[in-house]
Write a protein that binds this ligand. Structure first.
Ligand SMILES: [Zn+2]
Ligand SMILES: [Zn+2]
Length: 152
């Protein structure tokens, strides 16, 4: 993995938002089946690809001006800042702010708006609320990796 490559193209459905990830390899990816991700993606699950917040933030003033933001509290007491394109509504990335005002160390890009990701073997998380059948051979977790309810 290199931090000095040109990253991957990120864009929304209408093309108004267009920039690049800080590097071509995310720290990790996950298909999340939680109710928030289902609503947000208006689909069976939402995919996140994570990059270090220190490499993504602060967003460039030009990009920040183009993005709209929706905030909501999470179960863990954080506040999630959800950036989206105000023209077409495509969700682009999520930044979690901790109760002490600091920012979580990774930000989550929505996988579908990043080109060139390697989707091989992406794990499924929060499968306890999945609305689809997930083949047993896929890496999956009732909640998230590290939880004792890990299934596979
Ligand atoms: Zn757009
Ligand atoms: Zn989720």
């Amino acid at each position: 993995m290199s931090d000095s490559d040109n990253g991957l193209p990120v864009s929304c459905q209408c093309g108004a938002i267009s920039f690049r990830t800080p590097s071509s390899k995310p720290l990790g990816m996950a298909h999340c089946h939680c109710t928030d991700c289902r609503k947000q993606s208006t689909s069976a699950f939402g995919t996140s690809a994570h990059w270090p917040a220190s490499k993504v933030l602060p967003l460039s003033p030009e990009l920040e001006q183009k993005l709209a933001v929706f905030t909501h509290p999470t179960d863990s007491g954080n506040t999630k800042y959800c950036y989206f394109c105000p023209k077409c509504g495509t969700r682009i990335l999520h930044v979690s702010h901790l109760p002490d005002g600091s920012v979580r160390e990774t930000v989550a890009f929505r996988g579908g708006c990043v080109e060139g990701l390697d989707w091989t073997g992406v794990k499924h998380i929060y499968t306890r609320s999945a609305v689809m059948k997930i083949p047993a051979e896929w890496e999956q977790y009732e909640t998230f990796p590290g939880d004792e309810t890990k299934k596979a």
